[in-house]
Design a protein around this ligand. Structure first.
Ligand SMILES: Cc1ncc(COP(=O)(O)O)c(C=O)c1O
Length: 417
């Protein structure tokens, strides 16, 4: 796909072009095309991403920093991937750290930060967050004697209780760890405002952008965050995690590392031999997104694409919300359309477990996820543990017709006649 593919074409033609890039969308289940609503758990992957991974493994595979061509090519591919992810986040390439996934990177960062914390230091987390942005900080309670404070969510709106966050942040706060978007409810939280609060108290801020990054263009400079993490498999890439850290912080932190391994940032934050093919794939995912709109730079293209994707997402949320909202036994959670949110809508159906809803939709080739999605506290606060939520998440390839199939399917399951 190139920059001119969509110019002058209608939205539908554009969507069809996008869908064409994803071989998985050709899958048939029980005689029907699969409608994938599992994007918040991981999106499908365009062929160009799989090609980049295959191309690396088949033609450039080597370890780094040696004199022969495949090693030189590997170094170039890694450097290209840092550039791509830096543009994706509006960071510098020397601020981009790769790792297994967000959870592993966050445990690694927490360990490094924790080495500078003392008993009585405080970290503030939130009830709205995925536990990957809670457990790594909780580990420091045991290891370093720090205190973790928890800012509340408001269950009725599925949003952060800002007054409570302000109460939790104080003189002893060293870090505020907060999510930019809830993977359970779609709620977007103003992390720029949280950064001001944290910095005002002399603390740092870590942002979990795993569920945000597929839907809104991240800008680490605008957010003014110290650290931010996301995962390429949520935005059309392979299973690899990305950590942004301000260069001077990455350069100074006491990361667990081998003495002979590179000691300059960002490499000093990466352990062992990296997932080179994953980096190639992550860069290809950024390039795929950038290819969907013209722009003078990759960042400009990304800006245009994300603003279009956001518009499409808003329409799909409205359609899901209105359609499911008409079903009497269905309850919707999280912010309504029009509020800051991603196109991820969660619901429950009275008298039918979330697993049964997901299983019966799967019979109709509508793939939704269910459970707590490790946003365990959200589900507890909503009074839905242990069954959890049914979650329908849209991606760039989601169509209105697929949403209709979702709504019709839920109607049949929730109102059996
Ligand atoms: C909001 C959020 N944070 C963190 C994670 C954990 O990401 P990873 O699987 O890359 O460790 C997820 C995964 O679903 C998520 O949705």
């Amino acid at each position: 796909m190139n920059h001119t593919t969509f110019q002058g074409e209608s939205g539908l033609a554009k969507l069809s072009g996008i869908r064409h890039s994803f071989p998985a969308l050709q899958r048939i289940h029980h005689g029907k095309s699969v409608a994938y609503f599992d994007a918040p758990g991981g999106t499908q992957v365009p062929a160009t991403v799989a090609d980049a991974i295959g191309n690396y493994l088949l033609h450039h595979n080597a370890n780094t920093h040696w004199a022969f061509p495949t090693s030189v090519e590997t170094d170039a591919i890694i450097s290209g991937a840092r550039n791509a992810l830096a543009e994706f986040l509006n960071a510098s390439p020397n601020e981009i750290v790769f790792g297994a996934n967000m959870t592993t990177l966050t445990f690694h960062l927490a360990r490094a930060l924790g080495r500078g914390y003392v008993r009585g230091d405080e970290i503030v987390v939130t009830e709205l967050d995925h536990h990957a942005n809670v457990a790594p900080w909780r580990a420091l309670e045991k290891e370093r004697g720090v205190t973790v404070r928890v800012a509340k969510m408001i269950p009725e709106t599925g949003t952060l209780d800002w007054d409570d966050l302000a109460r939790q942040v104080g003189k002893r706060t060293r870090l505020v760890a907060i999510g930019a978007a809830s993977n359970a409810l779609g709620t977007m939280t103003d992390v720029r405002r949280a950064a001001e609060l944290a910095h005002g108290a002399g603390a740092q801020i870590f942002v979990d952008a795993v569920h945000y990054a597929p839907h809104r263009l991240v800008d680490v400079r605008e957010i003014d965050c110290d650290f931010l993490s996301c995962s390429a498999y949520k935005f059309y890439g392979p299973h690899i995690g990305v950590l942004y850290g301000r260069n001077h912080l990455l350069a100074a932190l006491d990361f667990p590392k081998l003495i002979p391994a590179p000691d300059s940032a960002p490499e000093r934050a990466e352990t062992g031999t990296q997932n080179h093919e994953g980096m190639a794939g992550a860069a290809a995912a950024v390039n795929f997104l950038a290819s969907l709109a013209p722009g003078a730079t990759r960042r400009e293209s990304l800006r245009a694409v994300f603003s279009e994707l956001h518009e499409c997402g808003r329409e799909l949320v409205r359609q899901i919300w209105d359609g499911l909202g008409e079903i009497e036994s269905v309850k919707l959670y999280g912010p309504p359309p029009g509020e800051p949110r991603t196109p991820t809508v969660s619901f429950s159906a009275a008298g039918v477990s979330s697993t049964e809803v997901a299983q019966r939709l799967a019979e109709e080739a509508v793939f939704v996820s269910n459970g707590d999605f490790y946003a365990t506290t959200v589900v507890e606060r909503l009074g839905l543990a242990p069954d959890g939520l049914v979650r329908a998440g849209c991606a760039c390839y989601t169509t209105e017709e697929e949403v209709e199939r979702l709504i019709d399917g839920v109607k049949r399951i929730a109102n059996p006649k």
